[in-house]
Ligand binder design. Structure first.
Ligand code: GLU
Length: 263
C-alpha cells in the first residue's frame, strides 16, 4: 500500500523511492560521489525501502575511455561513448554497492518503451521481480536505440516515467545544484525555493534550461519531470548529490514538490 508523503520528513517512511542522478555528479572529478551515493542508497535499502536508481553518465564515463577529450557533438559518437561508458558505470556502482552486499541490476529503457503497452508491462514485471529479489535496479536510457535524453534531459523525463511505472511515493532528483532557485543560481539575488505547492505556476521564477558540466539537463527539464511526477501522485525532492544522505533521511534540504492528492 502506497504511503502518502506530506513533507520531506516522511521520506524515510516511503515504501518505494526512485533516485535520479545526473552525469556531471558522478563522472570526471565527481566520480568519487558514486561511493557517497551508494552509502545513502544502501542505508535506505537496509531499512526496507525499495530503491531504484536512474543514472545518467554513460556518455560522460565513456569519453575518457575512448580518449575523446571532450563531449562529442555528433549523435553516433555520443551513442558509441554511451555504449562504452555504460558498463564501466555499472561496474563502479556494483563495486560500491558490494560493500553492503547489494546486487545491482541494469535496466536500459526508452521513453517509448514505457508508452507501448506490451513493453511497459514487460518492464514493470521485470522491475517488480528485481525488487522482490532485493536487487537494486539501475536504469539508464537505452542510448543505442533512443536519443531523447541525450538531446535534452539527461534522464530527468525518464526518471519521472520510471517513478510512474513502479508507483514510487517519492522521486529524488539529484544534480550539482542544491535546490530550485528563483532565477539561475549564478545570478545575483537568486533564492532557493523550499516548497512548490501542487499546481503552483511558479510565477516569478526564471527556470534555466542549460545543464552544468557534462550533462544535458537544466532546471527546466527537472521542473517538467517534477510536475509530471507530482501529477501522478509522486512527491519530488530536488537537491544536490552531495546531500543525498540528508535527502533520504528526511532532512530539510532541497526543493519539495507536493504531489496531487487523489480523492
Ligand atoms: N543516457 C545518457 C547518458 O547516460 C544521457 C545523458 C547525457 O546526455 O549526457 O550519458
Amino acid at each position: 500500500m502506497a504511503v502518502r508523503l506530506s513533507s520531506r520528513a516522511d521520506i524515510p517512511a516511503a515504501r518505494r523511492i526512485v533516485v535520479k542522478v545526473g552525469s556531471s555528479s558522478i563522472s570526471g572529478e565527481n566520480t568519487s560521489q558514486i561511493s557517497l551515493l551508494a552509502d545513502a542508497l544502501a542505508s535506505a535499502h537496509r531499512r526496507g525501502t525499495e530503491v531504484i536508481l536512474v543514472s545518467s553518465g554513460a556518455i560522460a564515463t565513456g569519453i575518457p575511455l575512448l580518449s575523446l577529450g571532450e563531449r562529442p557533438t555528433d549523435l553516433a559518437t555520443q551513442q558509441a561513448a554511451a555504449a562504452v561508458g555504460q558498463n564501466a558505470l555499472i561496474v563502479r556502482y556494483q563495486d560500491a554497492l558490494s560493500r553492503y552486499g547489494i546486487t545491482a541490476g541494469q535496466v536500459l529503457l526508452t521513453a517509448g518503451d514505457l508508452e507501448n503497452d506490451r513493453s511497459r508491462q514487460n518492464a514493470q514485471r521485470a522491475m517488480e521481480r528485481l525488487m522482490g529479489l532485493h536487487v537494486l535496479p539501475i536504469v539508464n536510457e537505452n542510448d543505442t536505440v533512443a536519443t531523447d535524453e541525450i538531446r535534452f534531459g539527461d534522464n530527468d523525463r525518464l526518471a519521472s516515467l520510471v517513478a510512474e511505472l513502479v508507483s514510487a511515493e517519492c522521486l529524488v532528483l539529484l544534480s550539482d545544484v542544491d535546490a530550485l532557485y528563483t532565477r539561475p543560481p549564478t545570478e545575483a539575488g537568486a533564492r532557493p525555493v523550499g516548497v512548490v505547492p501542487y499546481g503552483d505556476g511558479l510565477e516569478g521564477i526564471t527556470v534555466g534550461s542549460v545543464g552544468t558540466g557534462l550533462g544535458t539537463g537544466g532546471a527546466l527539464t527537472k521542473v517538467a519531470a517534477a510536475r509530471y511526477a507530482a501529477d501522478c501522485g509522486t512527491a519530488v525532492l530536488l537537491t544536490s548529490t552531495a546531500q543525498v544522505s540528508q535527502a533520504l533521511t528526511g532532512k530539510n534540504v532541497g526543493t519539495w514538490f507536493e504531489p496531487l492528492v487523489s480523492a
